[in-house]
Ligand binder design. Structure first.
Ligand SMILES: FC(F)(F)Cc1cc2c(N3CCN(c4nnc(C(F)(F)F)s4)CC3)ncnc2s1
Length: 491
């Protein structure tokens, strides 16, 4: 028995990108909610075919390129019915009061997904869809959270929605979505906290929970999450062109309907795709990355880091090193609002790569390539030097008040390597302590007396200070890490 109104059936068999886009378009147009389980099964089926067991070679060894896979109605209907039977067969709704979901009900739905998972490694690619769940009993961290929301939709729980940070996922439920619950695991070697509210974790001010500024999805943004978590990767060095094109077209479909406007990472994903294959008539990648930053500033009180590292990576690839370094300084300006905990390891690795590889590569490249006048003047540009200091100051402020140290001597070695490459006159030019607000005049009435000795102050006070304190705190960093002075930070 077809579990849908049969409207969807007319799109099948799906034989092209256009047919998948048409199915999504109809689902997004309503009048009913888009069917998350159906869409996840379809995308998972296409992704699985286009990225796994990929190349078939013939006897004379040339590679047979698979055309776009045919997705039959029967395949999708069978998998959907299997999911429906599992969920409706395991959850007896009469045991739960109708209306808003309860924590017990949410935990029960999470147990249904969790209980069906195979035990083996879940750190692979292509494990985010219900296709993976229903054909291989494997899901990644995001996939489990998404599966709970898709199951809840099947059960008619309209108040249960997906919540996303930059490296974790959970659910919100209850009247005006104020209740929260863990439904999946995070990282390696961490006990899962399924069923618990996330309040305690948020209180730690960790990046993982975005300190109260996660993406809270509605059904349409949950479709954006399915599309944005598509993985066109065949292996570390090759992407399926068809899969990338499908993801790009679906992201524009969602973008045009406003379902990416509060989803900075999806905008970043779209910017990356547009950089690889620009769509005629669409905004350039730079504009899309800037929209991701604006979204984070407007809707999330500038608490998301990835919009700045997406744009920084873009400038780095374009060899616009001045702008790349500014973006990375803006990124640590975000992370300094948090306290580092060990579950923030992913963003730690991001900043470690920037500090210990990307910035050193830049200063090496521009000092080696002395013929390139444009690049060379970076080391003579006080704004660039100030941004390098701002980058490190953000890291220092991130560490301050944290239970876990961030910095180690490797950071200091790269810090000194990078700073010493700047010309000494340039380093003398940056404003140490003189107050300059945005329009550049000195007198903005701040009580900052402009001295550059380092005032011991908490993060908030430091926030209003200018680059002078950055310089002081970075010198502190250098001294403290090279053993000249005991670590001054309150821990
Ligand atoms: F649900 C979790 F736990 F998986 C957290 C989420 C991650 C993520 C995502 N990502 C993660 C970040 N990501 C990045 N790719 N490049 C990045 C940058 F370093 F260049 F910024 S960040 C790729 C896609 N893209 C859409 N939505 C989500 S929800």
């Amino acid at each position: 028995m077809a579990p849908f109104h049969g409207r969807e059936r007319r799109h099948f068999p799906l034989t092209s990108i256009a047919s998948v886009v048409e199915l999504f378009r109809e689902q997004l147009e309503g009048p009913d909610e888009p069917n998350l389980a159906l869409l996840s099964i379809v995308l998972g089926c296409v992704e699985n075919t286009l990225t796994l067991n990929r190349s078939v070679t013939t006897s004379n060894d040339d590679v047979l390129r698979p055309i776009f896979p045919v997705v039959d109605w029967e395949t999708v209907d069978a998998l959907y019915s299997k999911f429906e039977a599992l969920v409706k067969g395991s959850v007896d709704l009469t045991k739960y009061p109708s209306g808003n979901s309860t924590r017990e009900l949410v935990k029960k739905v999470s147990d249904v997904i969790w209980g069906s998972l195979s035990r083996n490694f879940k750190d692979r690619a292509h494990l985010q869809s219900l296709y993976s769940f229903l054909t291989g009993n494997k899901l990644d961290c995001f996939g489990v959270a998404f599966g709970v929301v898709a199951a809840a939709q099947l059960l008619g729980l309209k108040d249960l929605h997906l919540a996303l940070s930059e490296d974790h996922a959970w659910v919100v439920f209850g009247r005006d979505s104020t209740d929260t619950a863990e439904v999946t695991w995070h990282g390696k070697g961490n006990e899962d906290k399924r069923g618990q509210s996330i309040a305690l974790s948020v209180a730690e001010k960790s990046w993982l929970y975005l300190n109260g500024h996660p993406i809270v999805c509605d059904r349409l943004m949950e479709v954006s999450a399915i599309v944005s978590s598509l993985n066109p990767g065949i292996n570390v060095s090759m992407d399926s062109i068809e899969m990338g094109a499908l993801q790009q077209e679906l992201l524009w479909l969602l973008y045009d309907r406003g379902h990416l406007s509060r989803y900075p990472m999806a905008l970043g994903n779209l910017g990356d795709l547009e950089e690889i294959t620009p769509t005629p008539g669409r905004p350039p990648p730079l504009a899309i990355f800037q929209e991701a930053i604006s979204s984070s500033v407007k809707y999330y009180n500038n608490h998301h880091v990835y919009p700045y590292t997406y744009l920084g990576g873009f400038f780095y690839r374009k060899r616009n090193y001045k702008q790349a370094i500014k973006c990375w300084a803006d990124a640590t300006n975000v992370i300094k609002q948090f306290n580092y905990t060990r579950e923030d390891i992913e963003i730690y690795k991001e900043f470690l790569e920037i500090a210990n590889e990307l910035i050193p590569n830049i200063v090496k490249a521009v000092s080696a390539n002395t013929t390139d006048r444009v690049q060379m003047n970076i080391l003579y540009n006080p704004e660039v030097y100030a941004d390098v200091l701002r980058f490190y100051d953000g890291i220092c402020q991130w560490e301050e008040g944290s239970s876990t140290p961030v910095l180690h001597v490797g950071w200091a070695q790269n810090l000194t390597f990078s700073l010493n490459k700047f010309d000494s006159q340039t380093r003398a030019k940056i404003d140490l302590g003189k107050d300059e607000d945005s329009d550049g005049d000195d007198d903005d009435g701040e009580d900052n007396d402009g001295t550059d000795e380092f005032k011991s102050s908490d993060k908030q006070t430091r926030e209003t200070k200018d680059v002078g304190n950055s310089n002081a705190s970075v010198l502190k960093l250098e001294e403290s890490l090279t053993g000249q002075r005991e670590t001054p930070r309150g821990r």
